[in-house]
Every structure is written in C-alpha cells, then in structure tokens.
Design a protein around this ligand. Structure first.
Ligand code: PLP
Length: 401
C-alpha cells in the first residue's frame, strides 16, 4: 500500500468529511516545488489556493517566523503588539489613504465578518445586502449569507442578514438592486472560487457609483485577489475605484493564517471599543510572516514580475491548449484555463500525472494561482507540457463518455 493510501485511510477515520478524501498528501516544499508522501515532486501552480505567495519555505518567511516565535509568539489584544502595529501601518500605506484603519483577524471569513459588522454599525436601519451570484465570501454564517452558491449556502439558512444576489459583471442589474434600503454591496474584484472570472471593464466603477447614489457601503473582498496576485497590491486598483472596506487574507501571510479588514473614510471608525475582537487576530508570528511577504514583494519588484509573467504565460497557455482548452482568462498570476464542459477535472488529473499541481474549480475551469515568485522558465514547463496533458485528458474524457 502506498504511503498516500495509508494516509487517506487514517484521514477518513479521523477527519470530518468536509473536503472529501484528497488525492495526494503534501509533506514538504521548497520554492515552487512540493513533495508528496510517496516522494513525487510537483510544480505547485495553485500555492494552497493563492496563499503561498512566496512559495514554500521562503527564507524571508522562515527567518521572520523563527525570530518571532522565539521572541514572543502571542500577546493577546490586551497589550500592544508592535509587529501587528507595523503590519497595520504597512497596510494603510498600501491602501494609500491616511484615513484607513485595520482590524486584524485570522482568515478570509473572519475578515468578511468584521466587514459585515462595520457595515451594520454604519448603516443604522439598513439590513439589506447585495452580493453576486457565484460569489464566494467564506463559510462562517455571515460570510456564507453573502456567498452566491445556493448549494453551499441554503442548507444553513436563514441568516441574520438579508441578501439579494445579482448576476456578477452586470452593472445595470447591480444598479437596479441598490437603493436607499441597501446597507452594502459585497463584491470580489474577479470571482475566484467560481473559476477566476473577471468582470467587464468598468464594473467596479459602476458599483461604486451605485453605492454612492444610494448611500450604500462598497466592500471589496480581496481575500484571493489581493497582495500582488494580479500585479497590483489590490485587484480593484486596476480600475482605480476606492472601496469603503477591503478584506484580505490568503496571500497576506505567505502560508501563515491571517486576515485583515481595512476601513477607509467613515468605515475606518465604524467599529469602536467593544464592538469586535479576536483572540488570535494580529498574532505576532502571522504578522511577522506578512511583513516578510510585503517586504519581498517590494524589494524583488514582484508587482511588475507578476504582471509581465501573467501576460506572457496566458498567451503561451492559450497557444498550447488545443482540443479541450478554449481560452485563458484572468490577469497576473490569477488565471484560468477555460475548458470544454466536463474536461477540467481530467486536466487536473493529467497535470498531476505529469508533475503539475493545478485546480479544477468546476467542470469547465482550471485555476492557476502559483506562487508570485514563479519564474518564466518554470511557467514555460507547464505551457510546453499542456498539449500532452490535454491529449491525455481528452482520451480519459472519451473513455468515460
Ligand atoms: C477563500 C476566500 C474567502 C474565505 O477565506 P477563508 O480563509 O477560507 O475563510 C473569502 N473570500 C474570498 C474571495 C475567498 O477566495
């Protein structure tokens, strides 16, 4: 029996079934490579779902975490923790607005929970939210209420907030859903879990205008798209809009758990003493990792790297797709191969067979969200392998048809 199979058996006997049984077990990583329990090496083009921004075991993250855990690992929020303070200062600077204030938490869902509470504090008497169909905002009850996937949301309702869902990318539908009863609009800058689906140009600008006209708050969920994933610090900066609240998590900690909710203008002071809190929010070790991530992105010019490599790679991928891949969408290192219906899982499988970790987000999209340090040479190994992967996947799809 393989080591992987043994781990799968133990997994099923000890863990709740929320994820199904994963196909492989990852035991170590270095740079953009990961190693599974049976010693096979893969090029990691998913980065733990846009989390491992600097890849695996990056020396800057390792050193920051090692130093911090040996200095002080936890303070609680009864005391100032200078590492969290420095991270908050850096995030305010990245937002580029001195009015911004930061709440630090533990992950994407809790960042969105903080944003929901900030909205409820700001919008006395308004309890209606607008969010997008197919959106994903997290699994806790507030974030789940805003998530536009009925299959994962409906078993757990009703929720404490009322949410109207509009088709993502349709500025007119959004504008007609937002009125003076709307507390806030929650949007991803590009749908991440739905398969890296960018909106048409001008969508976020029209959302900002609809919110301004109705006195509604605009929350942009940058949990997946933020922290340089698209070649800007925040994906919404490509459109130049200024949200009231920004939520962050995945890429921020470079693999350590952390989330942040950033308020700008009136939203910066919506939550006051006693309104919110988190035991682990602002944990010094996670914050030290996040500071290392931000430093490396700055000192190594990763914003430009991500933008340029993303442009080149998507062109190469589009050329090599043949047969099952009908296009490439997304920006920076946040891309999806658009596939014929039903082909994406077979492409994920055939990719893994040839040493590449990619992620089928559904039947017709394969997500690529590699570490931001991915080199052009490493990226090319996948675009060059793609025709072979696709033909292997095509025969698998034919066999099962
Ligand atoms: C992953 C994700 C979340 C939830 O983050 P968790 O850390 O899993 O709670 C929220 N919003 C978006 C856009 C995400 O991609």
């Amino acid at each position: 029996m393989s080591e992987t199979a043994k781990l799968q058996q133990r997994w099923e006997a000890a863990l709740m079934g929320t994820y199904g049984t994963p196909p492989i077990a990852l035991v170590s990583g270095s740079g953009c490579q990961v190693v599974d329990a049976d010693g096979r090496t893969y090029l990691d083009l998913v980065a733990g779902i846009a989390v491992s921004a600097l890849g695996h075991a990056h020396p800057a993250v390792v050193e920051a975490v090692r130093r911090q855990v040996a200095t002080i690992a936890h303070t609680s929020n009864l005391y100032i923790n200078p590492v969290a303070l420095e991270l908050a200062e850096r995030l305010v600077a990245l937002v580029g607005d001195d009015s911004a204030r930061v709440f630090l938490c533990n992950d994407g869902a809790t960042a969105n929970e903080a944003a929901i509470k900030a909205v409820l504090r700001m919008q006395a008497g308004r309890r209606r939210f607008v969010a997008a169909e197919r959106s994903f905002h997290g699994r806790t009850l507030g974030a789940l209420a805003l998530t536009g996937k009925a299959a994962i949301r409906e078993p757990f309702g009703p929720f404490g907030i009322e949410v109207e869902f509009v088709p993502y990318g349709d500025g007119e539908a959004l504008a007609s859903a937002v009125d003076e009863t709307t507390a806030a609009v929650f949007l991803e800058p590009t749908l991440g879990e739905a398969g890296v689906v960018p909106p048409p140009a001008g969508y976020l600008t029209s959302a900002r205008a609809a919110c301004d006209a109705a006195g509604a708050v605009l929350v942009i969920d940058e949990v997946q798209g933020g922290i340089a994933r698209t070649g800007k610090w925040f994906a919404h900066q490509h459109e130049g809009v200024v949200p009231d609240l920004i939520t962050l998590a995945k890429g921020l900690g470079g693999g350590l758990p952390i989330g942040a909710c950033i308020g700008i203008g009136a939203a910066a002071s919506a939550l006051q003493r006693g309104d919110h809190g988190s035991t682990f929010g602002g944990n010094p070790v996670s914050c030290a990792a996040a500071l290392a991530v931000i430093d490396v992105i700055e000192t190594e010019g990763l914003l430009d790297h991500v933008e340029e490599l993303g442009r080149q790679w998507s062109a190469d991928l589009a050329a090599g797709g043949v047969e099952l891949v009908t296009g490439v969408r997304g920006r920076g290192l946040w891309l999806a191969l658009e596939t014929k219906a039903g082909a994406a899982p077979a492409i994920e499988f055939a990719s893994r067979d040839r040493g590449f970790i990619v992620n089928a987000t559904g039947p017709d999209a394969v997500r690529l969200a590699p570490p931001l340090i991915l080199t052009a040479d490493a990226a090319r190994t996948f675009s060059e392998a793609l025709p072979g992967i696709v033909s292997e996947a095509a025969s698998a799809v034919r066999l099962s048809a």
